[in-house]
Design a protein around this ligand. Structure first.
Ligand code: NAD
Length: 531
């Protein structure tokens, strides 16, 4: 494939009417991949199981080439300054909004989500472009700080872009995650080589097109594709900073590599997210919130709840309402359809969900709702499933299922709910449903997760691009979004200069003369609470 070039991209007709993407549009997107070897992989559409396109695959040499070109482009991009980068990213925001129909179509085609759940991603990627465009200067501009010896030394801190970031993303939220990790890197003055998951590469390429058409140099954001074990590893071998999103197992490998090379890595990993339902909820309303939180994107979302702890006072009413809501959910993965939920994304997901369900039921779990594969709807369609009587010997008790299955536990009170919620190796997101936000905030303060959503499943924190997102414990290291998301792409540099007004001591005699005034200065700064 040829090298990425900055071409003006005329939005293709939405593919819904034809049931698949326009082949010419797909071919143009393929041309933007840094891939020269000629190998391809067939990507299947989750809704039908039919081939969607033949994805060109990169070689390790392509990855090296992409980094070399991104390095050159990054030098000019860093020099261009905040105002230029802001203009380009704001234009990218506008193009994402203008091209939302194509993007929604692609999310549906590649992931099997519903239209609404695909729109979540478009909204989030546009919001990431806007936030990072507008926030970067305030967070990263060079500033004066108090020096250790006022009038003798003046100190400034500036932030140097780290170079070219290796961004590695999974298939489940391609636009949101690329938006969060790539736009922050670009706003900070870095270049990006992104390793797209094969199942979601078209989404990323179309998002990149919006940025290129907005004025981003083509070489600055390269997209490579292929196996994690070869192409993913090649990305981590070259990157000046790594932003990885994926499973905890892969995150550990990347952490080891980053440690060997002494490059920083932010790791956004898996979860086994708890939801606590307190006894002061309206059961019907809580059930509707729980259903969206658990089964949107068919539960294939790192921040979806997979464990529900309902307090005894409301357990019967909530469970009845929840089972009713689940039973009423429509499953329809066809692009353009109006189903409540779509489909699992592929065979590997279906196999994992079935394995967890079979293991749980064989060991005594009760299926309260769902529980069936629905090949009549789609090859990977699965009913939203609620289990009770789940015990620690079952895989779905503590392991991330990442799709369709949620376990319900009745607890005596909120203290027991918090203990159970925290008894996990993971610590990504938690949900508290309560009639009192003040009470829910008290509970939230005791939870060991990177985010807590009150009376919302995940969109509250996941959509708050100005706030940090990340996990505790085995759910990750570092934070994306907000100022933290920008700072991970820069190195802080302190530049201290002698003012020349008073010379710092250089001899024993000068030290003797200045010791008392310096002690006085220390005490004065303490009294003035000067940091
Ligand atoms: P995965 O770890 O198998 O793959 C993620 C990406 O890493 C893919 O692009 C893959 O090709 C690549 N990869 C695989 N091995 C690699 C290696 N050795 N070196 C470099 N790259 C490699 O994860 P997955 O199954 O695709 O995604 C689902 C997981 O991602 C779940 O655990 C989910 O919770 C997690 N996730 C986390 C977040 C978050 O923000 N915390 C968001 C979405 C998904």
């Amino acid at each position: 494939m040829s090298a990425p070039v900055a071409v003006s991209h005329a939005p293709a007709a939405p593919p819904r009417s034809t049931g698949g993407p326009d082949p010419q549009w797909v071919a143009e997107l393929h041309d933007d991949i840094t891939a020269t070897g000629g190998d391809t992989r067939t990507v299947l559409a989750p809704a039908t199981g039919e081939p969607l396109h033949e994805l060109p695959l990169s070689t390790p040499g392509d990855v090296a080439d992409a980094f070399a070109r991104a390095r050159l482009a990054q030098v000019a991009w860093a020099r261009a300054g905040f105002a230029h980068r802001r203009r380009v990213l704001l234009r990218a925001h506008d193009l994402i909004v203008a091209r939302r129909e194509q993007l929604i179509d692609l999310v549906q085609l590649e992931t099997g989500k519903t239209r609404g759940q695909a729109f979540e991603e478009v909204y989030q990627s546009a919001a990431s472009a806007r936030y990072n465009a507008l926030a970067a200067r305030g967070v990263l501009r060079s500033r004066r700080v108090h020096s250790g010896a006022p009038t003798v030394i003046e100190a400034r801190v500036r932030h140097r872009p780290r170079g070219v970031a290796g961004v590695i993303t999974p298939w489940n939220f391609p636009l949101s995650l690329a938006g969060m990790d790539v736009f922050s890197a670009l706003a900070a003055g870095c270049g990006v080589v992104q390793k797209a998951d094969e199942q979601a590469a078209l989404n990323i390429l179309e998002l990149r097109r919006a940025a290129i058409d907005a004025g981003l140099p083509g070489d600055l954001w390269a997209v490579v594709t292929g196996d994690g074990a070869t192409i993913g590893e090649a990305v981590t071998d070259h990157a000046d900073v790594i932003a990885f999103t994926g499973s905890t197992a892969t995150g550990r490998r990347i952490a080891r590599k980053a440690a060997e090379r002494l490059v920083p890595a932010s790791l956004e990993l898996g979860g086994k997210n708890p939801m606590i339902v307190l006894d002061d909820v309206d059961p019907g309303k809580a059930a509707r919130q729980a259903a969206y939180a658990c089964y949107a994107s068919m539960g294939q979302l790192c921040v979806s709840p997979e464990r529900i702890y309902v307090t005894r006072g409301v357990a019967d009413a909530f469970t009845r309402a929840f089972v009713r809501v689940i039973g009423s959910m429509t499953i329809d993965p066809a692009p353009g359809s109006a189903g409540d939920v779509g489909t699992l994304t592929g065979q590997a997901q279906l196999d994992r969900v079935r394995a967890h369900l079979d293991d749980a039921t064989a060991k005594g779990a009760t299926v309260l709702a769902g529980g069936a594969h629905r090949p009549d709807i789609g090859p990977y369609a699965f009913e939203p499933t609620l289990l009770a009587d789940v015990s620690p010997d079952m895989h779905c008790f503590a392991e991330e299922t990442f799709g369709a299955i949620v376990s319900l536990y009745v607890v005596d009170d909120e203290e027991e709910a918090v203990l159970a919620a925290n008894a996990s190796d993971y610590g990504l997101n938690a949900v508290v449903l309560s009639g009192s936000v003040a009470r829910a905030r008290r509970v939230a303060a005791a939870l060991e997760t990177g985010s807590v959503n009150i009376n919302e499943g995940y969109r509250g924190s996941f959509g708050s691009i100005a706030a940090p997102m990340g996990g505790s414990k085995q759910s990750g290291l570092g934070r994306r979004n907000g100022p933290d998301g920008l700072k991970r792409y820069v190195e802080s540099v302190t530049v201290a200069s002698a003012t020349g007004l008073i010379q710092a001591p250089t001899s024993a005699r000068e030290w003797r003369m200045l010791e008392q005034p310096m002690l006085l200065l220390l005490r004065a700064q303490r009294v003035l609470r000067r940091r």
